[in-house]
Design a protein around this ligand. Sequence first.
Ligand code: AQP
Length: 336
Amino acid sequence: MLTHKRIFSGIQPSGVPTLGNYLGAIRNWVAMQGKTDSIYCVVDLHAITVWQDPKQLARQTREMAAALMACGLDPAKVLIFVQSHVHAHTRLAWIFNCVARIGWLNRMTQFKDKAGKDREAASAGLYVYPTLMAADILAYHANLVPVGDDQRQHLELANDIAEKFNHDYGVAFFPTIEPLIQGVAARVMSLRDGTKKMSKSDPSDQSRINLTDDRDAIAFKIRRAKTDPEPLPEHVSGLEGRPEARNLVGILAAVTDSLPENVLREHGGKGFGAFKEVLAEALIAHLAPIQERLKRLLDDPAEIDRLLRQGAEKAAAIADPIVAEAERIVGFLPRG
Ligand code: AQP
């Protein structure tokens, strides 16, 4: 059983990364860089659990990898690669499909949210999304998973799968996974509905800040963000029952490395008009250097592809022996 800490996390190339992806996940990944062995994956297999235009998927996969690098992940210090390039993920996912119970998958709220009212029409892939996610992590014997708060339930399921595998086969093979859910913006909400998470695939572009949004788009979206008619409260307790206000205060706290109570100390009592101007300026200033780096990286797509191929080779060198051992435990005949 693994004793050192290894981080794994993934992000879907299902659109342009949002402020939610950045504050809830990517920024924390960058902060942990160099502290421990870390593996980050652009999860295209997960993305196709809902329809993706093939040309766009390829472009978005490259752009997502570039965005991770632009946010500060350094391929010389961490592994960055594309999920479909390392076959160990799907090999282990199949085993996990046979370990996980349908009753467990039935409880997953992300499936219910994403499938919507017409569950019968959802893809089987969307239903087994969490078993692939468990395989992503456990194929590397990773034990620390930094994610946004929305992924907590999937990680609990991954631990149930690992435990059941170990129990059924009488081994101590897969480690226990610890979620790392950090920061004042572990769950950034939609700008149009403070009860829904900000999502790159939300049909409304105004619901989110994309990392590629220019100055005007950011200012416009923040100005149009849904709020309530009351001024900002003086204390965090006053955010109770005001999801939109809580969200905007959380975002400003996150991008200014502050805390919601400090933001309210400074802005409590103000109306949203003035507060939104401050928030928009802070966001624009925070994202500008990332956007510049992203533009430069995207000028050389061949280099991004080269880095991704290199990442995949290194990732396969870790995952292949672990998954081969899982297959041996299950009783598959070794392949030569
Ligand atoms: N709104 C959010 N607030 C905080 N964290 C978030 N994450 C996503 N949305 C928020 C975190 O970002 C990481 C990558 O997520 P993903 O791309 O794998 O899938 P997702 O969670 O389904 O993100 P999206 O943006 O909502 O994608 P789509 O629209 O394609 O489903 C994860 O760590 C997640 O927690």
